[in-house]
Design a protein around this ligand. Structure first.
Ligand SMILES: [Fe+2]
Length: 287
């Protein structure tokens, strides 16, 4: 908790995603967390405006990019990790349970043998409790399944990047009904986050500005424990599962789920057809 990394947030209004640049205050080293690739679904068009903003920030501040971290396989936006890596370098890392996600969605998208289900598209697969360096900072990856099997929270000094385990206190928690999701596991993972020190800064991957408030992305463990509308005040596991299951049944699928999964399970690479053209599939009634 003595280590206080600099955190710069980038909000994508299309997918309500927050990406981060986390900087070691004692060097020029940094990591990018959950960068967004812009997609116009109706037109099948991708663009790099959001990623270019992050790249410009890293360059203008004279930083060295060491890591591009995915907290999980996102289902609501495409990852710009390979584009950023091409421009700035760095290793792309995700949780080792990506293999489970690749197996599940390899079937759903009827991928052939050319789609490797061994996580080899990524540079580093994190196991629960693994540590890695960002300059002089030691970072830890904590396995937090429930929303998806490969979800991880990254703890870097007094800052934790919670992915989709938690939303802001008035936003609650993420859904647990995607293939491989589990409400009970999500509850257990959230308890792991809430067991971190009270003053720990928590950075969200999403915020939807509930009840018309402005978009926010930073809170603390203490605030979540006391005020989170889904798990705060010591809500029981049983209660949470019942609530989450009922709520999830009422939610529609995110608009970019089918493109996102196909691209993100490949570490952000758009799949190609036999002639090498970038091409996505639309499986019918598969989700
Ligand atoms: Fe997510």
């Amino acid at each position: 908790m003595d280590l206080h990394p600099d955190v710069t947030a980038f909000f994508d209004a299309e997918s309500n995603t927050i990406s981060y640049v986390v900087r070691d205050p004692a060097s020029t080293a940094c990591a990018v967390i959950d960068p967004v690739l812009d997609m116009d679904h109706a037109a099948g068009r991708i663009a790099h405006d959001s990623a270019d903003r992050i790249i410009a920030h890293v360059r203008n501040a004279g930083l060295t990019l060491e890591w591009i971290i995915e907290t999980h396989v996102h289902a609501d936006h495409l990852s710009a990790a390979p584009y950023i890596q091409e421009k700035l370098g760095g290793q792309i890392g995700i949780g080792e349970k990506i293999l489970v996600v690749q197996e599940t969605f390899g079937k759903i998208f009827n991928e052939g043998t050319e789609f490797q289900r061994d996580g080899s598209q990524f540079d580093r697969l994190f196991a629960d409790g693994d540590s890695y360096q960002i300059g002089n900072m030691q970072a830890f990856a904590m396995h937090t399944p429930g929303h998806t099997p490969a979800c991880m929270v990254h703890v870097i000094g007094d800052a934790s990047f919670v992915g989709d385990t938690l939303f802001m206190p008035d936003g609650g928690s993420a859904r647990a009904d995607f293939p491989g999701g589990d409400a009970g596991e999500l509850y257990d993972s959230i308890q792991k986050v809430l067991a971190l020190p009270e003053q720990m800064r928590l950075f969200m991957c999403h915020d939807y500005g509930p009840n018309g408030r402005d978009i926010r992305w930073e809170t603390t463990v203490g605030e979540e424990k006391r005020h989170n509308i889904h798990v705060g005040g010591g809500r029981s596991r049983e209660d949470f599962i019942a609530f989450r299951t009922k709520r999830d049944a009422s939610l529609s699928m995110p608009k970019l789920i089918l493109p996102s999964l196909q691209v993100n399970m490949r570490a952000g690479e758009v799949p190609r057809d036999a002639e090498g053209r970038a091409m996505l599939k639309l499986p019918i009634n598969a989700l």
